[in-house]
Write a protein that binds this ligand. Structure first.
Ligand code: ADP
Ligand code: MG
Length: 360
């Protein structure tokens, strides 16, 4: 079942020449209980979409459904939706407990119920010991927990999180990533999480929508998005990728044969409901390829130009015979030996399914 359905939503700011389409006809469905992430660079429209769902602003066109009902007539405070902002927006002069209970007070809940619920929330975010502190006297990570508890206290159906971890340092951010996953699991609330950090999106999400310039380019599981990027922007934004230009020469049951520079033939998969033909771009992740000593036996051949050791893995930079640059990432083990030296003639073999044709 869907918690939220966004249907052909546009949002335009300004008028005339100064007009900006912050959202350019976006459609997406977010399932109940899902940890769903909007991923994209600054300015792509992530916050705008959250604000429309929360009701802080209205779409220029299109509609948003919550559990199948159009929420347009509902003001923000009547929507079963709550938001955690990047800045936390806590009340500094109030205690941790009073901050958490604030939303419930506003809803006019009975004192006893508020007290019980605040107690539960303090426990959920492990802040019982600091319940009487003012929020100006606790750390950034603790403030983050209080902001989460305050947003969860009224038991929203959907929690919107707008880059909630970006103000935290690296170690704390890693801790809070695990904490957020736990909170989502324990409460069963649908989370719509916004980030511009691809690694954060890959590690935390059930599904990801990749956004660019007001559009959603691809929606899928982290595995889908990483291993089967449909467009150049997605492949480029998430992880490191090799791009090869080529021409489709034949097609059979979901796999195309593509001739690339130096006349090498590459077997490549492609997105559903897409018929590749003519000139195409093929992507290969660096870890979906490996080096062999016999250049003639590889999918493609080239000359090793550089070897970079990273501890966990080694990156081999290869100048392909056709002129393209290509990176192979080899995962190291204790017994890994440096088998290739710069200048060596090498072959590159692609893992089965490792090469994919992009839609654009
Ligand atoms: P993100 O959260 O992905 O960084 P935003 O949703 O904040 O992106 O912004 C998307 C685009 O809409 C940007 O070009 C931004 O400048 C523009 N925009 C956002 N809010 C307003 C506003 N209130 N008035 C005019 N332009 C806006
Ligand atoms: Mg934003």
């Amino acid at each position: 079942k869907n918690a939220i359905e966004v249907r052909r939503v546009r949002k335009v700011f300004g008028t005339g020449e100064a007009q900006v389409a912050a959202l350019d006809t976006v459609s997406v469905s977010i399932r109940e209980n899902e940890f769903f992430t909007l991923l994209g660079p600054s300015g792509c429209g992530k916050t705008t979409l959250l604000r429309l769902i929360a009701g802080f602003d209205f779409p220029s066109a299109g509609e948003i459904l919550l559990h199948g009902h159009d929420i347009a007539p509902l003001p923000p405070f009547k929507r079963p939706v709550n938001t955690v902002f990047q800045s936390y927006a806590l009340f500094p002069h109030m205690t941790v407990a009073d901050n958490i209970g604030f939303g419930l007070e506003m809803l006019g809940k009975p004192k006893a119920e508020i007290k019980a619920r605040v107690g539960e929330m303090l426990k959920l975010v492990k802040m019982e010991a600091l319940s009487g502190r003012r929020t100006s006297q606790i750390s950034g990570g603790q403030q983050q927990r209080v902001a989460l508890a305050r947003a969860l206290a009224p038991q929203p159906k959907v929690l919107l999180l707008d880059e909630p971890l970006s103000a935290l340092d690296y170690k704390l951010r890693k801790e809070m990533q695990i904490e957020l996953k736990r909170l989502q699991n324990e409460t069963g609330i649908t989370f719509i999480f916004v980030t511009h950090d691809q690694e954060e999106a890959l590690t935390m999400s059930d599904r990801i929508a990749v956004m660019s310039a007001g559009k959603i380019l691809q929606v899928g599981s982290p595995h889908d998005i990483y291993d089967r990027p449909a467009e150049r922007f997605v492949a480029d934004f998430i992880g490191e990728t090799n791009f090869l230009k080529g021409t489709v020469v034949s097609k059979k049951s979901g796999v195309a044969t593509v001739k690339i520079a130096s006349d090498a033939m590459v077997a490549a998969g492609f997105p559903d409901s897409f018929e590749p033909s003519g000139e195409v771009t093929v992507v290969v992740r660096p870890e979906h390829a490996d080096l062999i000593a016999d250049a003639a036996k590889g999918t493609v051949a080239g000359t090793l130009s550089n070897v970079v050791y990273f501890g966990t893995d080694t990156h081999y930079h290869v100048k392909l015979d056709g002129g393209d640059d290509f990176i192979v990432r080899h995962q190291n083990s204790r017994s890994s030996a440096v088998a290739f030296e710069p200048g060596a003639k090498v072959g590159i073999v692609f893992e089965d399914g490792g090469a994919r044709i992009l839609r654009d």
